[in-house]
Design a binder for this molecule. Structure first.
Ligand SMILES: [Zn+2]
Length: 231
């Protein structure tokens, strides 16, 4: 219920802050996460890891930004889809107890009609940002009841307006989880990469937060956090 009612609100942010903006450009450093990652309760599996076993380390770093997803079962598949990656709840969840719900994240193998980013070749920070966005989707599914999940899927298929709101809200959740800069560089790369299908870039332009909005929402998040730490 929480996720759906938040999606309905239009995200508007126009005042980019002037507090130490260098803070925005801090990249996640893989080594810093070694301890956190080794203590994570992660249930990641799927055929994607047969192709790219090393990628699990990057996924674990992204997962460390989502403590709510500890122990949640996520299958990683590798096949042709329209985007670089997408996230779905398992349709069998409606027959499962909530504690046993499973989710999938599908990575485009770029062997089909739709060419997207070669995910495994992206820089570390960009990968973490991209995964962070997908995990923000997973988190929303996890907060829904079965009926809400069905309504969500239905609206997502039939309403372009809903897709835009849902995707922008997912970007906002990614920022709130501390991944503004990784999201920013991934969005920038996608919007400006000439090798990417024009239609896909257009899709991103319509449905993602803009680069300025990402900065602006980071300011809001950071400023609130800063105030909280001072009090
Ligand atoms: Zn998305």
């Amino acid at each position: 219920m929480v996720a759906q009612s938040n999606i309905k609100t239009e995200i508007i942010c126009t005042d980019v802050c002037d507090i130490d903006t260098n803070m925005f450009f801090l990249e996640p450093v893989p080594e810093v996460f070694n301890d956190t990652v080794s203590s994570l309760n992660a249930e990641l599996f799927g055929a994607y890891f047969d192709h790219f076993p090393d990628i699990k380390a990057d996924i674990l770093v992204a997962l460390s930004y989502y403590p709510e997803l500890q122990g949640v079962k996520i299958r990683f598949s590798y096949r042709s889809i329209k985007q670089t990656m997408n996230s779905r709840p398992s349709p069998f969840n409606i027959f499962r107890k909530k504690a046993n719900w499973q989710y999938s994240i599908i990575v485009n193998n770029n062997k089909g009609k739709h060419k997207a980013l070669p995910f495994e070749k992206l820089p570390f920070s960009m990968k973490v940002g991209w995964l962070g966005h997908e995990l923000a989707h997973t988190l929303q599914y996890q907060q829904m009841r079965s009926g809400e999940m069905v309504v969500f899927a239905f609206k997502y298929v039939f309403s372009k307006r809903f897709v835009r709101k849902a995707e922008r809200y997912t970007d906002l959740l990614t920022i709130e989880h501390g991944l503004a800069y990784p999201l920013y560089i991934g969005t920038d790369f996608l919007l400006n990469s000439k090798d990417i299908d024009k239609k896909y870039r257009q899709y991103a332009l319509i449905n993602s937060l803009s680069l300025n909005e990402i900065k602006c929402l980071w300011c809001k998040y950071y400023y609130e956090l800063f105030q909280y730490l001072r009090n």
